[in-house]
Each structure stands twice: as structure tokens, then as C-alpha cells.
Design a protein around this ligand. Structure first.
Ligand code: PEP
Length: 229
């Protein structure tokens, strides 16, 4: 036991309609998840209200992105204060797909993470850019997601992933603090499924998962939640 609560994030990406999201929420509401797993789902912005209104409070809600700072004349963006205003406690930052399709850089991601104390979750593979910017590490969950494994059906072996998670924790110990290294949750993402989650979850430095396609299938999602150590 590490004292780090197992974390499961479900990234719905740009998927869903009101009807399909109703079905997903209804299915999730039926499940009795293990107590020792913290669960957060990330709907597209447009459906956050629907999900907040209908999803069991057992599961938290995250946005998939936010603007780098305060709101204002930034057409098409949503800022952290607005997320907090509607009751969203988490945000995914620095996802590889946003870097790839939207050209997000480390500098943008670190400004988002620094944006305010209201930013609670960070998914970022570039730690250095974050070090001096994160106001409070207790609010952060880090996801290691090898780009070749995201959305490809190819997953890291438990040993490969453990090696990277261990190095990340060591890096944090040296560059941030012993304390942060001991409590920060480092989760793995990249084609996690019911058939790969158990081996990964047994690794000492893997504190949970960030899942994409398997999050749209409640049976798969529950199996992954049940891999909690
Ligand atoms: C992701 O969205 O970060 C992800 C890991 O997706 P998938 O599980 O589909 O690879």
C-alpha cells in the first residue's frame, strides 16, 4: 500500500450525442465501483452539463481542456474559472492529441497548469515545463502516455511502463521534493483494456489509468476499475 488512491480517468474525447451519453451515464449509474478507486470521466464540453445533472456523484467530471488564463476575448475557448463555476473540478491538460492536432506546446500547457489554483488535474508528459508553474501538486495527477500507444490498440508491457513511472517518480524526488514524489499519482494511458489492466495495475509505481476507447464501453471500464490493487 502506497497511500496513493488508485485513479481512473475516462476520456470520452470528441465522441457522443445526447442519446449515447444518456446511455453511458445510465450504465455507469448502475455500477457499484470499488471504494478505493477515484473515478473521473471527461465528456466533451457540450455535454458536461448533461453529465453533471445525471451522473452519480460517485464519479467526478473533468473537462478535456481549458484556456491558459482568465476569460475574455478568446473566441471558442473556456477558462478554468468557468469550469469551476459550473461545478467541474478537474481538467485534462497537455493531452498528446491536443499537442498533435492543435499545436499545443509545453509553454501553453504550463501556463494552463499555472493559470489558477482552480486547475486540479494535469496530464502531461513533459514534467520539466511544469516544475515551477504548478501551484499545488496535491491537486495534480500525472499521466504517462506513450504516443505510440494512445488510440492504437498497442499497450506498454507492465515492465516497460513501470520503468518509466519509476523514473518519473525519481525525477520528481530530485527536482521537486521527496514529499511530492511519495504522494503524486502517476497513471498510465495508452490502449488500456480489460485484458491489459491487471498486469499494469500490479506495478508499484502505476497508480491508476487514463483510458480512451475503453471508457466508452462500461463493461471494459468497470473491469479496469476493478484492477485496483
Ligand atoms: C487517451 O485518450 O489518453 C487514451 C489513452 O486513449 P486510448 O485508451 O484509446 O489509447
Amino acid at each position: 500500500p502506497t497511500g496513493r488512491k488508485f485513479f481512473l480517468g475516462g476520456n470520452w474525447k470528441c465522441n457522443g450525442t445526447q442519446d449515447s451519453i444518456k446511455k453511458l451515464v445510465d450504465d455507469l449509474n448502475e455500477v457499484e465501483f470499488e471504494e478505493d478507486v477515484e473515478i473521473v470521466v471527461c465528456p466533451p464540453f457540450l455535454y458536461i452539463h448533461q453529465v453533471l445533472e445525471t451522473l452519480t456523484k460517485r464519479i467526478d467530471v473533468a473537462a478535456q481542456n481549458c484556456w491558459t488564463g482568465k476569460g475574455g476575448a478568446i473566441t471558442g475557448e473556456i477558462c478554468a474559472d468557468q469550469l469551476v463555476d459550473v461545478g467541474v473540478k478537474w481538467v485534462v491538460l497537455g493531452h498528446a492529441e491536443r499537442r498533435h492536432f492543435m499545436g499545443e506546446t509545453n509553454s501553453m500547457v504550463s501556463r494552463k497548469a499555472a493559470g489558477s489554483n482552480l486547475t486540479n488535474g494535469v496530464v502531461c508528459d513533459q514534467l520539466q515545463a511544469l516544475v515551477s508553474k504548478v501551484p499545488d501538486w496535491i491537486q495534480v495527477v500525472l499521466a504517462y502516455e506513450p504516443v505510440w500507444a494512445v488510440g492504437t490498440g498497442k499497450s506498454c508491457t507492465p515492465e516497460q511502463a513501470q520503468e518509466v513511472h519509476f523514473s518519473m517518480r525519481e525525477w520528481i524526488r530530485k527536482n521537486i521534493s521527496e514529499d511530492v514524489a511519495s504522494y503524486v499519482r502517476i497513471i498510465y494511458g495508452g490502449s488500456v483494456s480489460s485484458s491489459t489492466c491487471n498486469g499494469l495495475a500490479r506495478q508499484p509505481d502505476i497508480d491508476g489509468f487514463f483510458v480512451g476507447s475503453a471508457a466508452l464501453n462500461t463493461k471494459e471500464f468497470v473491469a479496469i476499475a476493478n484492477s485496483v490493487k
